[in-house]
Design a binder for this molecule. Sequence first.
Ligand code: NDP
Length: 444
Amino acid sequence: MSYVDEVIAQVKAKNAAEPEFIQAVEEVIESIRVVIEADEQKYRDLAFLERLVEPERIIQFRVPWVDDNGKVQVNRGYRVQYNSAIGPYKGGLRLHPSVYLGIIKFLGFEQIFKNSLTGLPIGGGKGGSDFDPKGKSDNEVMRFCQSFMTELYRHIGADTDVPAGDIGVGAREIGFLYGQYKRITGLYEGVLTGKGLTYGGSLARTQATGYGLLYFTKELLAVNGIDIAGKTAAVTGAGNVAIYAIEKAQQMGVKVVTCSDSTGWIYDPEGIDVPTLKQVKEVKRARLTEYAAARPSAEYHEGKGVWAIKTDLYLPCATQNELPLEGAKQLVANGTIAVCEGANMPTTLEATKYLQENGVIFAPGKAANAGGVATSALEMSQNSERLSWSFEEVDSKLEGIMKNIVHNVVAAADKYGMSGNYVAGANIAGFEKVAEAMKAQGVV
Ligand code: NDP
């Protein structure tokens, strides 16, 4: 059996209860197969892939907190410090009831390659909890965040591990987490990113993942001889990534006609109205039914199925495995030109293959949504030099980074004879830098 197949089999056997993790590992390792097999004995002698797939450290802890009725609640907290070959661990914290170790490991593993692709010196990590912020009062969220940080603080630091936001963790949660870190350690340092502007946050961080997705998509289309202006798009999600993806798409002359949340989706043929969406989701934290109520042109549909709407571009920005094979088939039938992932692994493996085999330009999240973590790294730089850059400065650096990622991904795919396969291009380009660093640092 080849070395790659052996390691995939081992990962499946050892992590059988973690399907998302297996999916992420399989996707990456399959696409770097050509690199590994060019020098198989050396990688095998170094147990290189075994080390790559094993996190450097997994921290799991209990998070006790008291709800507004005086009842004690207990959640489970995680931080997976996956790989520090090229820099301190960096990656978000997710608060969602679906969180368990397999989700955090899949996200942490993906983060290694994403962070490498940014060209910035950041390693891979991820964390979170099965706490559900939905329906909780601000005080409950604060008590949870304080308890979570009371354990996490001893494992993180501005030069060791720098968490950020993800699903369920926005400005409110980062503020509570930062306050508790500072209170316990007495340190005013850049230990978290996504901070508020009054206490060390970076301008453009809020917008970065969504804006970055559009800078990426525009450049990738240009590489394929297509102008983004005048195109139509379907976006899924209605959170941080989705909102700013829609905003930037509209600035680029793209008409976005959909968005979604965990209960349903909106079709608004007039184009999604971003101020209304922000009011419903960022201010009121309400359901999309309220968007439909406020916009006569909008239709609300219960459940999933955004792919039913015919558009040129499809930008999934909600969560993992939201786009199944059935959706991919519909997109191909609709004549969709490109699918660029704003969320992490929103497309199943079968759906990805189907899109690629049917000529749809497909960009994986680890490349297309890297603008968030890239701007987090820019926030770390500003914190280190105790300066704040202007919005324009951060935004133009973000745009440069995203264009660069496109060209590195395209070049890596070309180099290994897989032109147009941007999944392989992203995995190979991300892997090469991490591999060099790991080899140089010996068996650690
Ligand atoms: P938010 O919590 O701000 O928004 C998530 C959105 O997706 C919400 O609209 C939510 O619906 C919906 N959603 C969440 N879980 C599910 C589910 N199980 N089924 C259907 N819909 C769901 O998160 P973000 O926008 O920050 O993150 C979205 C994706 O982007 C995630 O995959 C994340 O890992 C990825 N990402 C985020 C980055 C960032 O900077 N924030 C950076 C890179 C990637 P509802 O409103 O009902 O909760």
